[in-house]
Design a binder for this molecule. Structure first.
Ligand code: GGG
Length: 357
């Protein structure tokens, strides 16, 4: 069976880490005899916008809907396109129109990488952030009045539905139930955001009745961020609304030494539409063009894609490969964010060679 993968490098370092992600996927596909067919697309990036005045062609949905998965790099180039236009014109369309309502983001301290938190070693930080991915604070409901005057008013609503909330909570509880610690933490702010968040808390309690083996706690988002730094070992599965999940899933990987290694899966669990796999990091204009971006976030996202497509053994082989390369800690191979003197290609090449063995 051939898996058809739509490849979209996007902006900035997306163009540098994507070739390494593909290099590793090609190596693992050869070793495990998996038939992957890649088709490349030049849209969903700011270069496309510069040429066409929009982020994607009008028929993007038709072009992509029959793929088995989408492998994405990064989006955003604020010098060309304001960030809210590039994001709403691409990634957020994919998440919404393909109903990728789960954003699954592992957060794990890897061997050979030093956490900025004192005395943390691999095993101490190993949790998932499950982020609601289609509604919440990322809503397009709102508007402006009296623009540009002293009376200017801007309103943007948070939208939480029972359908949307219960389905992400169900996914998070099932994930927690499948893990040895069986622990779920909910991110809230029900003391200050006094309508949606108390309701979110109630939905968590209601869902917990279906999962008696899972222990549940909740923290307000402010102290939760502090606890990510002070006690990352407390966490197993953390479920959060769209915005809170976005913040937590940058902070979590930062606690593991670098956001450059963090992967993510935007999942449509029913398989009605393709799921999308991308590193957590963005286009990183500050380092784009230097060839020094860490490709592990893209490579690990490729592993998540393979697991989603039913190839767990191959996915594990990729993870074993980058863990082995990190354990060897050859500075000539590693990227500067993890104290190496190598570059994006040396690290991608080393992982691909290891995966081929
Ligand atoms: N590869 C992820 C990426 O490019 N992210 C850009 C970004 O700003 N994302 C915001 C979000 O995920 O909500």
């Amino acid at each position: 069976m051939t898996h058809r993968i739509a490849v979209i490098p996007g902006d900035g370092i997306g163009n540098e880490v994507m070739p390494e992600g593909l290099r590793v996927l090609e190596a693992v596909a050869k070793r495990f005899d998996i038939d992957l067919s890649f088709e490349h697309f030049d849209f969903a990036c700011c270069d496309y916008y510069a040429k066409h005045g929009k982020m994607m062609p009008d028929d993007w949905f038709e072009q992509l809907k029959d793929f088995d998965a989408i492998f994405y790099g990064a989006v955003g180039w604020p010098d060309t396109v304001p960030d809210h236009i590039s994001l709403w014109g691409s990634l957020l369309q994919f998440r919404r129109q393909f109903d990728q309502y789960i954003n699954l983001r592992p957060c794990k301290l890897l061997p050979g990488i030093k956490s900025p938190l004192a005395d943390r070693k691999p095993g101490d930080i190993d949790f998932y952030v499950v982020r609601e991915n289609t509604e919440g604070e990322y809503s397009s409901v709102g508007g402006k009045m009296f623009e540009g005057t002293e009376r200017e008013v801007v309103i943007q609503e948070t939208v939480m539905t029972r359908h949307g909330t219960d389905r992400v909570l169900k996914f998070a509880f099932e994930l927690a139930q499948s893990r040895p610690r069986k622990k779920l933490t909910s991110a809230t702010k029900s003391n200050g955001i006094a309508i949606t968040m108390p309701w979110w808390d109630e939905r968590v309690v209601a869902m917990s009745g279906n999962y008696p083996e899972v222990s549940v706690d909740k923290f307000h988002i402010d102290i939760l961020t502090a606890n990510f730094v002070m006690h990352p070992d407390w966490f197993d599965v953390v479920v959060a609304s769209n915005l809170f999940g976005d913040i937590l899933s940058d902070l979590g990987p930062a606690c593991t030494g670098t956001i450059g290694v963090a992967p993510s899966a935007n999942i449509n669990p029913e398989g009605t539409f393709p799921s999308l796999f991308e590193p957590v990091h963005g286009s990183a204009p500050d380092i784009a063009g230097k060839g020094i971006a860490n490709p592990i976030g893209q490579i690990w996202s490729g592993a998540m894609m393979l697991e989603h497509l039913g190839h767990k053994e191959a996915a594990d082989a990729i993870i074993d490969a980058f863990e082995a390369v990190l354990t060897e800690a050859n500075p000539a191979v590693l990227t500067p964010d993890i104290r190496g003197q190598g570059n994006t290609q040396t690290l991608g090449q080393a992982i691909a060679e290891r995966v081929a063995r």
